[in-house]
Design a protein around this ligand. Sequence first.
Ligand code: AMP
Ligand code: ZN
Length: 139
Amino acid sequence: MRDDNCIFCKIANGDIPTNAIYEDDKYKVILDLGPATRGHALILPKYHFANIYEMPAENVAEAFSLAKRMAEEMTDRLGADGFNIVQNNNEVAGQTVFHFHIHLIPRYKGDGQTVGWKPGESTPEELSKIRELFQKSSS
Ligand code: AMP
Ligand code: ZN
């Protein structure tokens, strides 16, 4: 369940002290050391899965259910104007700590942050080809 070489396993299970804003038997929510905005926090499961691919769907659902509750409470307590929920998987997607975690990022009018992507371009043909990848084969 735990990986002895994983820093988030150590933090989530109390081996390394941290600033936690929520804790239960399965999760710890800690303040990010390099916050995008005031109150930026991370949901850390106390059990180890590297990413969303490895984590069972029930656990993912439970973690995101906690994200919803934290978004409401943090928006209220911090006086935020909006909220981003971000979850990175694999290095190419920006993951730097390979223990599943959910970013909780309160947003404030004029905070100057950007959480997002550069919009690209598409063609009807390309979108259609992608949609076809998701059509079930009839055989
Ligand atoms: P990601 O890039 O999605 O893997 O996010 C990793 C996040 O963990 C970054 O936002 C870091 O600022 C944060 N972080 C790394 N080490 C610590 C730590 N010891 N305590 C709190 N936050 C951390
Ligand atoms: Zn871990």
